[in-house]
Design a protein around this ligand. Sequence first.
Ligand code: CDP
Length: 236
Amino acid sequence: MPSPDSPVPDRRRPLVVAIDGPAASGKSSTAKWVARELGLRHVDSGSLYRAATAAALRTGVSPSNWTEASVLKAAVGIRLEPGETTFHPYLGDEDLEEELRGKDVTANVSLVAKMPKVRAWVNERVREAAEGHAVVVDGRDMGTAVFPKARVKIFLIADPWERARRRLVQRLQRAPEDEEIAAEVEALVQRDLKDEAQTQQAADAILLDTTFLTQEEQVERIVAMARQALKGPPES
Ligand code: CDP
């Protein structure tokens, strides 16, 4: 019997590339790029936690009074709309993309992500989006809770200073000052702490430290691993 920590990959299923890691480790941008290179679908589980948080904020109820039931009720109208390579969370007819990266959502998303029923709701949406397709999925627990049999599992890490710098470049579209980076490091470390229980490195995941890698290099490495996995025994 394989132990739950080292599940035997199932080659009859379409390829799953699972990319997990802490805040701002570059999971989503890398996953999107890998998906484009390989012609796979990309599903960002974090965007669903963010969408549920955005929907809960819109109700006007203070986050300290949120319950699993109130968050799930607010999230009822959320759906994932397929785009060219990735899915975009919509609330009714509204594309939530911009709102999801806002300060209020980021400040409250870890609270929502701790709710077991919300996690079950996200996991179901992610599996639905992946159903029958080869996918690149990213988050905190894709290689453990959601796709334990994924054929490629990566755990991305990077030095907090570098993660903070990259996140600021993305947000500000300019080179950040050292003081700005220091403040962002503090925010990232706080969020890492809040997300600690949800962030799981699978026993069979490859640890990839991207501190000194360019994004192109990290994408190349993951694409090579995925190609290798696709060369495995034929699907049966
Ligand atoms: O991009 P970044 O790492 O900043 O965050 P994200 O992937 O957009 O995820 C936002 C939040 O959702 C995280 O801080 C976690 O609280 C939560 N999350 C989670 O708990 N499990 C996942 N599989 C994905 C995200």
